[in-house]
Design a protein around this ligand. Structure first.
Ligand code: GLA
Length: 391
């Protein structure tokens, strides 16, 4: 469902009462990661793209230092003062994301205005398409834009929002999601080197093919604790490698070779985690190379290999993602499919010929329901721009 700025302003009036003051509208997309999963916090390459689905905000500036937030997608209102010591509060639910961003911007010395804000998203709920990064970057974007004292530095905003997620919300995520939704560009995926934040925009069009997002509708349960656990395992593997190779210090796990991992890491779990990281990083480089060369068959094969590695070595797929990806891979016209995002539920993606798309959706939907009892969702993904003002 598309959300138009005018409808958003109408919803704003329903939420806060009719107003003659200016109501500004903003948008931030969600993201899909084409390949390079669980790589960002290991200092390697990822290849995400911003979507045209995302979260909108309607914002009216206030004369005091209070921020009130509401959402069309949830009940209730949360309000807080910019100049108070703002803390995470479980009872505030989703509103902790905007609150955390405002707290971080204020702590960084930005002079912010008070505001009444209505959020409205059309990203499927709990699907791992980065609604949290979208609302964080959206909040930072409207807050900086309306405070008028500064232009928005998109990379700095992504870094600030990652810090909010790590320190305010408590999820130890990498930079990929916030970076993709802040920096995204229409019809381009972002090849991002997470060690340096250098990036290249690569055309994402696949002539004759659709990139289809496969929503398992299985919520990402336990995702945060399992996510932090994987991250800790990678840190442990890196520590062992650093000890074993003190004269060639490794800045991150992606810098290790398979030979070094095999020679050093005896714990079978840590060894599998490290193997995924090193091979996935290589797949990203190869995937960008083949995509640029127009070799979509090669690209699809790398997606399949990525899923296998995330299933066997990184163990973050689970029954629902495995079922939907297997059903997708079995269809004619599907060049490749994999899970995308953190895993443990959420979404997959597939590259499917335009001519076979309708049959693909019908067949995968049927096979997935037969296997899991759940109804899958399908979105033909369009790659859009990063966070922006609309009016
Ligand atoms: C989540 C995190 C990202 C990244 C992915 C896995 O989306 O927020 O930083 O680690 O999982 O690739």
């Amino acid at each position: 469902m598309d959300i138009m700025p005018l409808e958003l302003v109408q919803k704003f009036a329903e939420a806060y009462g009719p107003t003659t003051a200016a109501v500004h509208t903003f948008f931030s997309p969600g993201r899909v990661n084409l390949i390079g999963e669980h790589i960002d916090y290991n200092g390697g390459y990822v290849f995400p793209a911003a979507l045209t689905l995302g979260i909108h905000a309607a914002v009216r500036v206030r004369t005091d230092k209070v921020i009130r937030v509401r959402s069309v997608n949830a009940e209730g209102e949360v309000s807080f003062a910019i100049d108070k010591d703002l803390k995470y509060n479980a009872a505030d639910g989703w509103a902790n994301y905007p609150k955390g961003v405002i707290a971080a911007l204020a702590a960084a010395g930005h002079k912010l205005v008070g505001a009444d804000v209505l959020y409205w998203g059309n990203l499927p709920d709990g699907a791992g398409l980065s609604s949290s990064a979208a609302i964080e970057v959206l909040t930072g974007y409207w807050a900086l834009t309306l405070s008028k004292t500064q232009t928005v530095d998109r990379v700095a905003l992504a870094q600030l929002c990652q810090k909010v997620e790590n320190q305010f919300v408590g999820v130890n995520c990498g930079i990929m999601d916030q970076f993709a939704v802040a920096v995204g560009k229409r019809d381009h995926a972002i090849l991002l080197d997470c060690a340096t934040l250098k990036y290249e925009l690569v055309p994402s069009a696949m002539p004759g093919y659709n990139l289809i997002i496969l929503n398992t509708n299985k919520r990402r349960e336990l995702a945060d604790s399992k996510y932090n656990e994987r991250r800790a395992e990678c840190d442990k593997a890196l520590e062992l490698l650093k000890k074993a190779y003190p004269t060639t210090p490794m800045a991150n796990l992606c810098a290790a070779t398979m030979a070094q991992i095999e020679a050093t890491i005896t714990d079978p779990i840590l060894s599998k985690r490290a193997k995924h990281v090193v091979t996935e990083n290589q797949r990203v480089v190869k995937a960008v190379e083949v995509l640029k060369a127009g070799d979509l068959i090669g690209f699809g094969q790398l997606l399949n290999a990525s899923h296998q590695s995330l299933c066997d070595d990184y163990e973050v797929t689970g029954d629902h993602l495995n079922a939907i990806v297997a059903a997708a891979q079995a269809q004619p016209g599907c060049l490749g499919a994999r899970m995308t995002g953190a895993g443990f539920g959420g979404c997959g993606l597939a590259v499917v010929s335009v001519a076979e798309t309708d049959a693909f959706i019908a067949n995968v939907g049927r096979a997935y329901t037969a296997k899991t009892g759940l109804i899958a969702g399908f979105y033909i993904s369009q790659v859009g721009d990063g966070a922006r003002a609309q009016s």
